[in-house]
Ligand binder design. Structure first.
Ligand SMILES: NC(=O)c1ccc[n+]([C@@H]2O[C@H](COP(=O)([O-])OP(=O)(O)OC[C@H]3O[C@@H](n4cnc5c(N)ncnc54)[C@H](O)[C@@H]3O)[C@@H](O)[C@H]2O)c1
Length: 398
């Protein structure tokens, strides 16, 4: 099938695009390369050296991959070109990764808050409006986040896959049951844009019967898949800096270079995780199992394990003899939270998770230690503070 991969030059998008091409799909990568530009603005580079998108595509063909094409387009700003692309390519499905995805970056300043909202909300809305304008029946597979449910207390309840069944009390004492979108509780401007995406999907699905699968993804760890390891020019990016690095990959890199693991607050925060190989596989499974025409938005919890951040640090420290450094938390969040997640949909579709216990050490040795000399230590601290109070605590500690 013809698939557009929006944001297909990014960390999750690139391995997904090659995987779909390998599975026999006609893949068109659409990206405005804003992520590479943000690296330049922040003065950081991926720990792994990454080739240009043109070299990636050339290398992919040279190792025998099915050719993919690339369109340089900003989905949040170039509505007419997006619509024209839909009309000319007539895709059956669109995988939507094309958003500003770092919570700390979204909280850096009013400029990055506004950019994140403009980019993410307009991008998703433009896509939906263009599909309506095009008259095509396209299945959107969107990458959302587990963070839409919030990282406060769920009082031990299991988080369902998107919808919550509630009992609504009536004045006469009776009750009726209703299935509603799980209440949202965003913890940053970035997460807030993902909760807004959810509403946009809900509305366009109801009004225009657009078929959507929204993947509430956990934090992705790891770097490469078997396909991106076929040639050095296919290597995936690895972010370790204070804005874009995600917690587990940061710990792995810190362990590899002998930098004390940066645990913020008590480390009692619980998060959901998934390996990049499983993320790629889940997107393919979602594409292969689209909602029926007229079906409401499908929501899958795309995660395989939940862990407390402090517990992860201790796991990595035990493997590598790293030290742990407890630092003031730049985020305004609960000191501890629970996160029990229902992820049956993907398991029932055949996902076989890569566990942390199986993959952690290999990642430290194969990636983090290999590229350790490319690390700029000055970019490791997380300095984006959620409020002035957190900013002052960080300053006082320094
Ligand atoms: N990485 C994670 O741990 C993680 C976890 C949960 C959810 N997600 C979601 O998955 C998606 C992809 O994340 P990622 O880690 O690959 O991020 P990324 O920043 O590496 O990739 C996003 C890509 O989209 C492109 N892009 C951004 N705005 C665009 C626009 N307006 N038009 C065209 N292209 C645009 C960027 O240039 C980049 O290549 C995001 O939506 C993110 O919220 C990621």
């Amino acid at each position: 099938m013809k698939v557009l991969v929006l944001g297909g030059d990014g960390f999750c998008g690139w391995p997904c695009a090659v995987n779909l091409a390998e599975a026999g799909h006609d893949v068109v990568i659409v990206d405005n390369l804003s992520r590479r530009k943000i690296d330049i603005d922040l003065g950081v580079e991926s720990l792994t050296p990454i080739a240009t998108i043109q070299d990636r595509l050339r290398a992919w063909e040279q190792v025998g991959g099915r050719a993919m094409t690339f369109v340089h387009l900003d989905i949040a700003r170039e509505y007419d070109r997006l619509l024209e692309l839909l009309r000319s390519e007539r895709p059956s499905a669109i995988v939507h990764f094309a958003e500003q995805r770092a919570a700390p970056y979204s909280m850096k300043s009013s400029a990055t808050k506004r950019y994140t909202v403009d980019n993410n909300v307009n991008g998703t809305h433009n896509l939906l409006a263009a599909i309506v304008d095009s008259g095509l029946d396209v299945h959107i597979v969107h990458l959302g986040t587990m963070g839409v449910y919030g990282y406060g207390s769920h009082r031990g309840a299991t988080i369902p896959e998107g919808y919550l069944t509630v009992e609504v009390p009536q004045p006469d004492g009776t009750c009726f049951t209703e299935k509603i979108l799980h209440p949202t509780d965003p913890g940053s401007v970035y997460h807030m844009t993902k909760t807004l995406d959810q509403l946009l999907f809900f509305y366009y699905n109801k009004n225009d019967a657009i078929r959507v699968t929204d993947l509430h993804q956990g934090i992705v760890w790891g770097t490469n898949t078997d396909l991106t390891q076929r040639d050095p020019r296919l290597t995936n990016r690895f972010d370790y800096d204070g804005d874009y690095g995600t917690v587990l990959n940061r710990f792995l890199m810190q362990a590899a270079i002998g930098y004390p693991l940066t645990v913020h607050g008590t480390g009692g925060q619980t998060r959901a995780f998934i390996h990049i190989r499983d993320s790629v596989r889940c997107v393919q499974l979602a594409l292969e199992h689209p909602p029926e025409p007229g079906e409401k938005v499908k929501i899958f919890n795309q995660m395989t394990e939940s862990h407390q951040v402090g517990e992860l640090a201790r796991k990595v420290a035990a493997l590598t003899d790293a030290e742990i450094n407890y630092l003031p938390n730049p985020r305004k969040e609960a000191i501890e939270n629970d996160l029990i997640v229902d992820n049956r949909c993907f398991i029932e579709l055949g996902l076989k998770p890569t566990t942390l216990d199986d993959g952690l050490l290999a990642e430290v040795v194969d990636v983090a230690r290999r590229w350790a000399d490319r690390c700029d230590r000055s970019k490791i601290p997380c300095l984006s503070a959620w409020t002035q109070r957190q900013a002052e605590a960080i300053k006082a500690f320094a």
